[in-house]
Design a protein. Sequence first.
Length: 360
Amino acid sequence: MRSAPNPNAPADPEVQAIDALFLEAGLVRNLRGKAGGVTRRVRMERAAPEELRQPAPEPHVAANGVQWLAAPAWEKPGRQKTPWLWHGFSTRQGGLSRCYCAEDAPGELNLGFTGDDGRETVAANRRLLAEAITGDPATPLVTLRQFHSNVLVVATAADAGRERPWKADGLITDEPGLLLGIQTADCIPVLVADRKRRVVAAFHAGWRGTVKRIVETGVGRMRLEFGCRPEDMVAAIGPGIGACCYSVGEEVLSSFESQFMYARELFHEVESADVVRNKYPMLFLTQRAPGHSPMGPSLHLDLVEANRRQLLDAGLKPGSIQSVGGCTNCQTELFFSYRASQGRAGRMMSVIGMRKTASR
């Protein structure tokens, strides 16, 4: 008869090597004496929503009323040396749209051609944003038909006039005088600039695009097309749904685990913020089997950290990567949120470009 292994007994060197390999893969040996098999580690770091929340900085208010956020380090020429750079992350404040706000509220800055808003209104909002960022409402703006991919486009000013924008989720250019724009309403916008080669890029990173390595692929494309070096790049990760609010299912965890060794470091178990549920848990008991009930902590994904890790893997220095902050689901007075509004939301836009007077 085979006896169960004693976890306190000295381990065989070969077994220790196997354990080390399993640990690296996020697995543990079964020590219960049962026949074969491994079990996954099921416990993750637990946190309360407020511990994971990253507040947004105070918005800039342009002369035309548009409110937008900037990467603080990029506004300090002596530190990152980017006075040649245009960039900004829009909010919902300061535009002409009326479809997503109360009747007595000021107009909002919807920058997406949604079914609820008029095309002329959105076009006017885009001119307001361009004016707020560059000083000129006629600055060419290149946008995309986004579809949660890792498809990238090298853009020129001619693309700003396309009747049907390219279908992609990333834009790259070395051409001064135009803005690259990525639309979001919960997904993560990532802006990247090469300070020496004068190349800029904008990436749309929802969870699907992140799994497909849109940011890592984009940095690689910058290297291939323009000879950029990661050590010369700076990156800003803009507002999106935060780990405080972004609850996901096990299928999302499985997708990340299929691609990244560090996948489980991107997820947290978060206790419900529902005061009534927490105080009276017996009211919410169901007849479903344990492990299949919505009771207990939910699984939350940190998309900001996921994209920061991709930037690091692509070769950027940690000090060159900045997270601007702001959770779209938490701060609906400042941001549009697809999830918070049950799918009826406007779109923010994150833009980056270079002044024509930039020395090259």
